[in-house]
Design a protein around this ligand. Structure first.
Ligand SMILES: [Zn+2]
Length: 376
């Protein structure tokens, strides 16, 4: 074997170590905290994740899930302004801005007035902000936290809103809406002009990036939609870990991070149990990474919820106790209430049954933004 060949093989072996993703965390012991006010909030949204989805995840796993570990549980009602069945845009807009709006609308109320989101308010008072998603970064759920557009499909306009947002850390698909646009603007370059280090799936694996000396970071995981977990996507738990650690390092005042497990919804729309179980397990591993940080940090409020249920999932009788028979009643969303899980300072605010818009107000109350805005 030539030296050249040996070097090549050695590089291959080493690169496989380097591209390792984070190992799943065993269930963590959640200490109760005596700290009264959270410095950080991590809001985790399992898109399409209703109680059946959570139940299936818990029954399916041999080891305890992270989601079953939360001390506080509430329920949210998800209907949009004029429809018992919400879509992701109206659902996330309610959570992000406290406004019930029409389906397909992002960050605007029913008369198309713009409302600042909790992420934008956090940014305004000097907190670090971030978004991690397994959808395009311009998808309806993440977009509701930084964009204000009449239709969720206005991806290029939504991308422009991201440029204006000041978000410090983002990971998601949708590269094409930034650098291959109909208006031929190059938002990739515009982001770099604003001080971002931007990278993508073509240039390098997320796991190879060292974030030690960056202050604003964006990573595109796909041109449009990222891959499903079972076809090779590996980044959700890793990006969640990177997100909390990056924002914690650069933001003395604290941070607000949104993490979306988007493809729980896609799998349920497609009525595919195996795809769904892989996605919710991946999301649960991301929850593990966030809880690991929160236990260490003690000043982080972690909230896990969904925006609506998808598929009308039922857990039906199966031949064996341990075998799951998941079936779906439709290929769309349903109106069932959605569980809300919370841990950390002010977690108790999330007890009870309330509208999805209340989540926005509870997060503001936790950060004491109510007091700030009334003294303005
Ligand atoms: Zn949704």
């Amino acid at each position: 074997m030539t030296v050249k060949k040996l070097t090549y093989l050695l590089t291959l072996v080493l690169s496989c170590f380097a591209c390792k993703t984070v190992d799943p965390t065993p269930q963590i012991i959640l200490q109760t905290t005596t700290i009264q006010k959270p410095k950080n909030i991590v809001l985790m949204i399992g898109d399409g994740m209703g109680l059946s989805q959570v139940s299936a995840a818990i029954y399916n796993q041999k080891t305890p899930t992270h989601i079953s570990n939360f001390p506080v549980v509430g329920y949210q009602k998800t209907h949009s302004f004029d429809n018992l069945i919400t879509d992701s845009a109206a659902g996330a807009t309610a959570i992000a801005t406290g406004q019930k709006t029409r389906n397909n609308v992002v960050g605007l109320d029913t008369s198309y007035q713009s409302h600042q989101s909790i992420l934008e308010e956090a940014e305004e008072i000097g907190l670090g902000t971030g978004i991690v998603t397994t959808d395009a970064i311009t998808g309806a759920t993440p977009a509701s936290f930084y964009a204000h557009q009449k239709l969720r499909i206005m991806f290029e306009h939504i991308a422009e809103d991201l440029l204006k947002s000041g978000i410090d850390f983002f990971v998601g698909g949708g590269k094409t809406y930034f650098d291959n646009r109909e208006d031929e603007r190059n938002l990739h370059a515009a982001l770099e002009d604003k001080g971002y280090i931007i990278s993508d799936f073509i240039q390098e694996e997320l796991s190879r990036i060292n974030l030690n000396h960056y202050s604003k970071f964006g990573y595109f995981s796909a041109n449009k939609k990222p891959l499903p977990k079972n076809r090779g996507r590996t980044y959700l738990p890793l990006a969640s870990k990177m997100g909390v650690e990056f924002l914690d390092r650069y933001n003395e005042a604290g941070f607000f991070l949104v993490i979306e497990g988007a493809q729980i919804d896609w799998a349920c729309h497609a009525n595919q149990p195996r795809y769904f179980l892989d996605e919710i397990k991946d999301f649960d591993n991301a929850i593990g990474e966030v809880l690991k940080f929160a236990v260490r940090d003690k000043e982080t409020l972690v909230i896990v919820t969904g925006d609506h249920e998808t598929g009308g999932m039922a857990i039906n009788p199966a031949s064996k106790l341990k075998k799951l028979k998941l079936e779906f009643t439709l290929r769309d969303h349903t109106a069932t209430m959605i569980p809300v899980y919370a841990y950390g300072p002010k977690a108790e605010l999330f007890n009870g049954i309330y509208e999805n818009t209340a989540i926005y107000h509870k997060m503001r109350e936790a950060l004491e933004l109510e007091r700030l805005s009334s003294s303005k």
